[in-house]
Design a protein around this ligand. Structure first.
Ligand code: FAD
Length: 487
């Protein structure tokens, strides 16, 4: 039995903790907050409940797998429904599109509203499926830091098809070629934001993402996104994982190039293996200041962050669904502001998630809980108070205009989350949502591995390391870290 110390109870920390405890190890998780889940947590305002961070759930089988590994039936502890409508899109020219999860139904929608053949959509989605087929195994489910990954049967079959990956095009260029109509191009360009990137820079391989929603499905967990955290936290406890809350780790103890423990609240704790679920930049800068860091990896450009207003709304809007997008008129300029000028944009694309549409208890009867988010740069010392003030007015004006209702008087509860708060609550560098951005074609290779090549017995998991951010990839990072720990 090994004694295992994990820094952070984010979704990746929970994933590795459960796996390691199932092996029979003595697992201890140190978490600076007084709750598990990190970004995947919740807040309550009056009679309204909000998922604090993620709202879109794909690849639920990765959560199920953890229950199965533990010998439990997933649906006894965690349940979810597949969404029939992925998102409702609102454009500045009055166009409204409903993205149905069924590609045929969505095809009919674009034929009816945009007068373009549904074949165009189906071909684009087939391309997305092809990318997933070629890349998922190599870049998501396996470690790219093992030679065997690139010598596997799957990899050898993929090489002759690599020319289909469109490595040299950006996502936007590929989408123009695939979808042609500006409304559809903008809709599919938005998938770059699913990992905090810029469609005008990120490679066309990121067109892998729509396949997840249109073919594999987008899901709504029963009880809200928080039930992912809650059910895995309870599973970890059933497997004997010890959680230590309000324990901020301030140092990883290294002796003779070996991680042997951590310091938390001025106490030393010794372990056979140490795993950091803390953002990798902050792990090196704050917990390992004496150790030479892999500067090239750590200095990669960061993903976008987010500004969220949690609004309790005292009425309901029939024209809105669970996921809603209100697009900016000039998408290129919006991304230019976020990634080059590092500012907010006056006409932002607004995402409104309303979980009370499927979990009525999340808001009082006849009311709705609006998670209203715009993409913003990560924190580099901008004047956030001013930017938040401006963004709030811009968002309210835009939503009021497009919904033809002044929403201001309907906001009866309010709180916000900005890059500074994200960093303070989760230690994500600059409040970036997904660690590094994927704005260049080598970015997959420029994420830190799930182990340290310099310090024995030190491992990494979480959205800032391989294979990347988002709930599914963060869970997989825990799986990959566990595989290295088990060698
Ligand atoms: P985190 O959730 O950041 O957890 C890290 C944990 O480590 C935290 O609990 C932190 O307190 C703890 N910690 C850090 N340092 C220390 C220390 N020194 N000592 C002790 N504890 C420490 N993903 C999706 O899949 N779908 C979405 O719709 C989506 N939307 C998002 C919207 C927002 C607003 C945000 C913020 C994120 C969103 N994401 C989404 C991304 C997703 O939330 C993350 O990629 C994922 O939750 C990261 O999990 P993690 O375990 O890597 O890190």
């Amino acid at each position: 039995m090994k004694k295992v110390g994990i820094i952070g109870a984010g979704i990746a920390g929970l994933s590795v903790a459960i796996r390691s405890a199932i092996d029979g190890n003595d697992v201890h998780v140190y978490e600076s907050n007084d709750y598990p889940g990190g970004k995947l947590s919740e807040i309550r305002l009056g009679n309204y409940r909000f998922d604090a961070g993620p709202s879109l759930f794909t690849l639920p089988e990765l959560v199920d797998d953890l229950f199965k590994l533990a010998g439990e039936k997933p649906s006894d502890h965690f349940q979810y429904d597949r969404l029939e409508k992925l998102c409702r899109y609102f454009y500045e020219d009055g166009l409204q599109l409903t993205a149905f999860a069924d590609p045929q139904a969505f095809g009919k929608e674009i034929t009816d509203k945009l007068h373009i053949p549904s074949d165009r959509l189906l071909k684009g989605l087939a391309k997305s499926a092809q990318l997933y087929d070629l890349l998922a195994d190599l870049f998501m489910y396996k470690s790219i830091h093992r030679a065997s990954t690139f010598l596997s049967k799957k990899a050898l079959c993929a090489y002759p098809n690599m020319h289909k990956l469109n490595f040299l095009k950006t996502m936007h260029e590929a989408n123009i070629a695939l979808y042609k109509h500006p409304a559809l191009v903008q809709l599919f360009d938005r998938y770059a934001t699913y990992n905090g990137s810029d469609p005008y820079q990120t490679p066309a391989t990121m067109n892998i993402i729509p396949h997840l929603e249109y073919h594999l499905g987008a899901y709504a967990p029963k009880g809200g996104m928080i039930s992912i955290t809650q059910s895995l936290f309870e599973l970890a406890q059933r497997k004997g994982v010890h959680f230590h809350f309000k324990q901020k780790v301030t140092q990883i103890i290294v002796q003779q190039k070996k991680a042997i423990g951590i310091v938390s609240n001025d106490e030393r704790h010794f372990f056979d293996q140490v795993i950091s679920n803390m953002d990798v930049v902050n792990t090196y800068q704050k917990l390992l200041p004496q150790i030479p860091a892999p500067e090239r990896l750590l200095k990669q450009p960061k993903s976008s962050s987010a500004l969220i207003f949690y609004w309790g709304i005292n009425r309901s809007f029939e024209e809105l669904d669970v996921h809603n997008i209100f697009f900016s008129k000039n998408y290129k300029e919006e991304f230019n502001h976020i990634f080059h000028q590092k500012k907010t944009y006056a006409d932002p694309t607004i995402y409104v998630n309303i979980s009370s549409k499927y979990t009525p208890g999340d808001a009082p009867i006849g009311s709705e809980n609006w998670f209203t988010m715009i993409n913003v740069p990560h924190n580099e010392g901008q004047d956030w108070n001013q930017l938040i003030y401006e963004a709030r007015n811009n968002i309210i004006d835009k939503l009021s205009r497009l919904l033809q209702t002044d929403i201001r008087p309907h906001i009866v509860e309010e709180d916000y989350l900005d890059p500074r708060r994200i960093e303070a609550r989760t230690s994500s560098f600059g409040g970036a949502l997904y660690g590094n951005s994927s704005n260049n074609k080598f970015s997959a290779f420029l994420r830190h591995a799930n182990y340290s090549s310099k310090i024995k017995n030190l491992y990494f998991c979480g959205g800032s390391v391989h294979p990347g951010g988002g709930i599914p990839l963060s869970i997989l990072s825990g799986k990959l870290a566990h595989e290295f720990m088990s060698e």
